[in-house]
Structures are given as C-alpha cells and as structure tokens.
Design a protein. Structure first.
Length: 495
C-alpha cells in the first residue's frame, strides 16, 4: 500500500493524518500541547514540546496502520502561521519559547515602524497590514531581547523561522532550513510580487537575511524526513488557512472557502495577480507550484462561533453549541432581531475598534429562541460583509462558498448563509480541510496525484442553495447594516 502522510501543527494541538492513494483518510491522531501566557498579551509555545508532540502523533498513525518503511510516498506539512521560532544552527536548540501569532508584545515596535513610514511599503510589498500578528516584529524582538541571539546572527548561526521550517528542520535531522511561499508571505519581509525577501524591509527592521530560511514553492522538494527506518520525501508545505483552501480544492479564481470556528477565516482565490484590497483585507500567497503562483484575498471575522459560546457560557441560554440550531428553528420572527457581536470591535470591512456588541429590534415577544437565531444569523451577515468587499476588491464573482470549521455543521446557519449571499454553500464530507490540504500538496509534489485527481477527491456532503426571495434578503441585510451602524463608535476612546 502507498500512503501520504500529513502533519498539521495547529495553535493548540498537533495532528497527523494518513491518506491512502485514493485520497481517503485511513488513520489520524491528535494531541494537545502547552500554552504559555507569561504576561498580559504574551502567548508562547515551547518549540521542543511541539516537535515531541507532533512526532508522537506521527508514530501513532504509523503504528495504527502498521506502515512499513517505503510505504509512504511523501509527507506534507501545514502549520499555525506567523508563530516564530529562533534556534541555534549548530546545536539545533531553540533559544527561547516561540512567539505565537496571537502575541501582542511587539505592538510598540509596530508603532515605531509606522512612525518611520513603513506602513505603506509593507502593504505594497508584502500585501499585509503592519501588525504584531506577523512574524517580522517577533523576529526583531528576539534579536533585541533574547540573550545571544544577535551574536549568533552575526556568526551566521541563527535560524529564525516559522513553525513549518522548524518541523522540517527536525524531520530532516537539521539538514534543511527551508520554508514555503505561503508561510514566507506571512513574515512581513517577503515581497509577494517579486517572490523574495525584501532588502529594504530587512534593513529597516535589522533582520539578517542569513537567519531566514530558503523559500520554495509550496509544492516542491523540501528534503527527506528521517523517522526511524523511514525515509520520506517532504514535498508539500503551506500555512493552515492556505492549506484549507487547497483541502477544499479551491484551485480556480473566484473560489472561496470560509472556516466557521471561533472566528471566521475567508480566503478567496484571485488568480495569478496579487491585487491589493481597498477594504482592509490582506493579499497573500494562496500557493505556488513550479513557476505558477496563485494569490488570495484574506479576511476574517473576530467573533463568530465565539458568539455561540457566549450564548452557552455567558448567557447560559443553551447547553451546547449544536443546540443553537434546535432553538433557532423555534424562533417566530415577526420583526427581525439583530445581534451585533462586536465584543472586541469590528474587523473588515468596518475596522472600528470602538464598536461594541448590541441587540436591536427587541419587542415584547422576543425570547430566547429569537436571540439564539439572531446570534447564528450574525455569523452569516458578517461573512457577507467581508465577501461583498472581497468581490469588489477582486473584481470577480464568487462561484460558490466552500465551508468548514465547527459551526458549518449547523444546517440552519448554512441555509441562511446561502440565502444572504445568493450563492451556493457547499459543505464537504471531509471537514479536516487543513490537514487534507497538506496531504494534497505533498501528493502533487511527489507526482502521486495530479491537480485534477485532487479536485475529484473532494466530495460535497450537502450543497445549500439560495431559496429566500430577493426582496426579503435585501430587507434583512439592510436591517443588519443599520444595526452595525448603530453599534459603531460606541466607546468614546480606546479606554
Ligand atoms: P476553533 O478551531 O476556532 O477552536 P472549531 O472549528 O473547533 O473552532 O469550531 C468551534 C466553534 O464553533 C465554537 O465557537 C462553537 O461555539 C461553534 N460551533 C460548533 N458547533 C456548532 C453548531 N452546531 N452550531 C453553531 N456553532 C457551533
């Protein structure tokens, strides 16, 4: 039997997936690892622990299927993006904990860079918004604050990489220090148009090029993993959201995936030109194969499934997230009720950090069912806000919306989403799209699968077709926009 092995190194857990040559998942294993919160706003991971936990899950799937050396054709990696690791090239030891994408410690470094007028350059060259989220200021912080980091860099012995490059390094016994273009495009020092690190940005941030991994296309030859007796070519790497786009087989321009988790993450394939956004969206590399590079617009909603958690844990209206569907179906909405879950302000396309949550349209007969329904609907409205903006930015229509993430199991939400967008919403049988994406890239990189085959692997479990009358859609959405407008600028200042 021939297999493809996918490693999915996420923010809270590591997973390994084994696929057979027909693209079917035949084994999987998952384990959590420790989150470190040393100070307010700081989030760290222990890169050594991540490696050990990742390796454990890898051995679990190999043992479960009793896989022999030589039976795995290729290995793919997907990873939490932006999180940065610093290690010593000669000893292979991390110098400090990895700084996680959520970590805000470098906000003041970002302010300084903005002060130097770098904001516009960052946007033009990297497609990103100058923010602590991305790797560059985390690298700067390590070079400035971690003992020995600068000296190692001066001696060409420092490795500064995202998690994919760390995992690859460990898999290959320290032989390969490489990353792929999707991960590089999240560092904030990678020019997504010229496809190389940008000297001007590196210089302005004082990050030595010699400390950064070599950048390869996402489908390619990254090296050979040495795991016990196994020798496995690593032939595919992509950051998690991009991997999900591949896992959803969104290979053509105009194809979009939305992940309904705690927040929502939308990526739209915009083809081979890295168009900028005028609505505060990010332009990023979707994936690359040989000299073909595809771009994506990326937008996110801060509070999506988290609003359902609020119904459950805050208001105690429901016992579990899936129960939301049952109650929402009992709602009798004479006049629509709107919940605007701007708990932490509003993201794209509003970008209003002073907005706060609000409920509108309450009447005497509004009860629990109506509130639950309005909360679910808010996920669909927010998704529409972002997608409408993307359509304008990209200058292309959405063909269909491919969905994944925990809350995509909610049929009522998916139907309402289709109605609001006037587009089909397509839920696949396999919703582990991130790990699948890594497997697909590796399978293509090894020549085991063609792009066409991968397309055919994806099966729709259910397609929700728009059913609501256009006039009603318009009326409901107008009401949402009014609700959003009234929740904006709620706080007088940042305090
Ligand atoms: P994450 O990866 O961000 O932790 P998941 O993809 O695991 O998120 O999805 C979990 C989120 O989805 C939670 O916020 C939960 O409230 C929400 N959720 C899960 N199932 C449902 C459901 N059936 N209906 C609505 N929301 C749901």
């Amino acid at each position: 039997m021939m297999y493809i092995l996918a490693l999915d190194q996420g923010t809270t857990s590591c997973r390994s997936l084994l696929l057979d040559k027909n693209g079917r998942v035949v084994a999987s294993a998952q384990e959590e690892f420790t989150q470190h919160f040393p100070k307010q706003g700081w989030v760290e991971h222990d890169a050594e622990e991540i490696w050990q936990v990742q390796l454990q899950t890898l051995h679990q799937v190999l043992e479960e299927k009793k896989v022999q050396p030589g039976e795995i054709t290729a290995l793919g990696i997907t990873n939490q993006r932006e999180t940065t690791v610093a290690w010593d090239r000669s000893t292979g030891k991390p110098l400090c904990h990895a700084i996680v994408w959520q970590d805000k410690r470098t906000a003041s470094i970002c302010e300084q860079l903005r002060g130097k007028g770098l904001g516009e350059k960052v946007r033009e060259k990297t497609g990103l918004v100058l923010d602590a989220y991305f790797s560059a200021t985390k690298m700067m912080w390590m070079l400035q604050h971690v003992q020995g980091a600068r000296e190692l860099a001066d001696a060409n012995k420092l490795c500064l990489g995202t998690i994919d490059s760390w995992i690859l390094w460990k898999l290959t016994g320290g032989k390969e220090f490489k990353t792929d273009m999707t991960n590089a495009s999240r560092t904030m020092v990678f020019d997504i148009h010229k496809l190389n690190y940008d000297s001007e940005l590196l210089e302005a941030m004082d990050i030595p090029r010699s400390a950064l991994p070599e950048v390869l296309p996402s489908v390619g030859e990254f090296g050979t993993a040495e795991i016990g007796e196994h020798r496995i070519p690593v032939t595919g790497i992509a950051g998690d959201q991009q991997a999900a786009l591949i896992g959803q087989a969104c290979f053509d321009p105009g194809m979009v995936k939305n992940t309904y988790g705690t927040g929502c993450f939308m990526l739209m394939n915009i083809g081979k030109r890295g168009k900028g956004s005028r609505h505060g969206m990010i332009t990023t590399i979707a994936w690359s194969d040989g000299d073909e590079t595809y771009y994506a617009l990326e937008g996110s909603v801060f509070i999506a499934g988290a609003a359902v958690q609020w119904l459950r844990d805050g208001l105690k209206l429901i016992d579990s997230a899936p129960d939301s569907e049952y109650f929402a179906r009992q709602a009798v909405n004479k006049e629509p009720v709107y919940v605007v879950p701007a708990f932490v302000g509003l993201g794209a396309p509003y970008w209003d950090m002073y907005a706060r949550g609000a409920i509108f349209g309450l009447t005497r007969d509004t009860g629990k069912n109506e509130l639950v329904r309005a909360t679910l609907e808010s996920m669909a409205y927010q998704t529409k806000d972002v997608l409408d903006a993307m359509v304008i930015d990209a200058g292309m229509e959405i063909r269909s919306l491919r969905v994944d993430g925990g809350a995509c199991a909610n049929d009522l939400l998916m139907q309402f989403q289709a109605d609001m967008l006037g587009t089909e919403v397509d839920r696949p049988t396999q919703i582990e799209t991130t790990a699948l994406g890594a497997a697909y890239l590796a399978g293509m990189g090894s020549g085991m699968w063609t792009r066409k085959q991968v397309r055919d692997f994806r099966r729709s479990e259910r397609v929700f077709k728009p059913k609501m009358e256009g006039k009603r859609v318009e009326k409901l959405y107008r009401g949402w926009q009014k609700a959003v407008e009234r929740s904006r600028q709620w706080l007088d200042d940042e305090s």
